[in-house]
Design a protein around this ligand. Structure first.
Ligand code: URA
Length: 425
């Protein structure tokens, strides 16, 4: 059956529902190049403005899955569980989480991406470990999962190619923030990846896509429903992203902090979120109520990390890259930190070289920001608040203003931060 792309764009522009056949036709023909980029851009904008109902979002997701291959881990003896975060500043949780969950006998196939914009990419972080390789064939992925139980690697180009094409288009047409498009994009890749259970970490706040709890709840409900409809046992935690996670932001810096957590230390917020997400993944995988902090303390999760890094050519004992230059930002007054803005710190880290401006740019592994205090901490005038790192000294000028404006200090404490805001299952 054939349709006219223009007629379907007009239909959505006029707030009408698209049928399953129309959605399938659009996705198939966009992937093969019959529907042009400018037509898909117009449709994406019509979807952003007028929305889609649950049935349309499900059809869009299923059509994007059908545009590529589906992995199948049903032959593994262990249950599979995965986590997806909508992205945030200092969000290195995947790094300690995958080996922690695998240390309880649950297989974690974590297919990840690179960073674009102010939120870092998991692969960029791991590539700061000398020798570590992001690309695995499907056979290598399967064997590592069977033998070690944890894999963090690049999502192959065969998974949901329609999403890959549409996502780059959305990036340059102001259509990233549409719930139907975000939900189908995330879930098409996760369902095609073949995990049997999935925990979503939906971030809320200045450093996240979703700035308010209401929009984040709407996104989380859509994601969870899509997962369940596809037979994936799915739940979501909504977590605060108004301030960075942990003290270290940047590629090698985040690996360093993840290793601290895996060795039983690390900042309390990173430990709390790692443990809460692990608990949720183990529950969905059928292990019941387990306290995952045990294997952070007894070294089992750290052993798993070493195996996982070594299997992909990395040297877990190698020294991590360090930036050539550093600059301290000092407190201008004494008092409590009442604001430490995630977006400002994320963009500062990105401008220092930790992230890329264009897809083809290389990242600086040692670049980033190390915080010396977190939201709610008391600081004294003249004490260091954070250290900025870069290989390119000229980059300090563009990052410094942001780093300074990220912090507000007041005589009155603003109370403790609530990290886990809501749960949807
Ligand atoms: N992550 C994705 O994979 N897709 C989106 O649209 C947003 C975040």
């Amino acid at each position: 059956m054939s349709f006219s792309a223009v007629e379907l764009i007009i239909k959505k522009r006029e707030r009408q529902e698209l049928t399953s056949k129309e959605i399938n036709w659009l996705v198939e023909n966009y992937t093969s190049g019959v529907v042009a980029d400018e037509q898909m851009s117009a449709l994406a904008m019509a979807i952003l403005l007028n929305g889609m109902d649950r049935r349309e979002i499900k059809d869009l997701t299923m059509a994007m899955i059908a545009s590529g291959e589906r992995l199948d881990f049903s032959g593994l003896t262990a249950p599979t569980s995965d986590k997806h975060s909508t992205g945030g500043v200092g969000d290195k949780i995947t790094l300690p989480l995958a080996p922690l969950v695998a240390s309880y006998g649950v297989a974690v196939p974590q297919l990840s991406g690179r960073g674009l914009g102010h939120t870092g990419g998991t692969l960029d972080k791991l590539e700061s470990i000398p020798g570590w390789q992001a690309t695995l064939s499907n056979t290598e992925l399967y064997s590592q999962l069977a033998e070690i139980g944890a894999v963090i690697c690049a999502a192959g180009t065969g998974l949901a190619p329609a999403d890959r094409k549409l996502y780059s288009l959305r990036d340059v047409t102001g259509t990233v923030e549409a719930i139907p498009l975000i939900a189908s994009s995330i879930m098409s890749k996760k369902i095609a990846e073949g995990t049997s259970s999935l925990v979503l970490d939906v971030k809320v706040g200045s450093g996240a896509f979703m700035k308010t709890l209401d929009t984040a709840i709407e996104l989380a409900q859509t994601l969870v429903q899509l997962g369940k409809d596809a037979g994936v046992n799915t739940s979501a935690l909504l977590t605060d992203m108004s301030t960075p996670l942990g003290l270290k932001i940047g590629n090698a810096l985040e690996v360093e902090e993840s290793v601290e957590v895996l060795q039983g230390g690390g900042p309390a917020d990173v430990v709390e979120l790692t443990v809460e997400l692990a608990k949720e993944m183990l529950k969905l995988a059928g292990l019941g109520d387990v306290d995952p902090s045990e294997n952070l303390k007894n070294g089992k999760a750290f052993d798993k990390w070493r195996q996982m890094i070594t299997a992909q050519g990395g040297d877990p004992d190698a020294e991590l890259p360090k930036a050539r230059h550093s600059h301290e930002v000092l407190a201008t007054e004494s008092g409590f930190i009442t604001r430490l803005d995630a977006l400002d710190v994320g963009v500062a880290s990105w401008r220092l070289g930790a992230g890329r401006e264009r897809k083809e740019d290389a990242v600086q592994f040692g670049a980033g920001v190390q915080l010396h205090a977190q939201l709610g901490d008391r600081v004294k005038k003249g004490e260091p608040l954070m250290t900025l790192f870069t290989d390119t000294e000229e980059k300090f000028a563009r990052a410094l203003g942001l780093a300074e404006q990220a912090v507000s200090i007041s005589e009155q404490s603003s109370g403790a931060r609530k990290l886990i805001l809501h749960r949807i299952s």
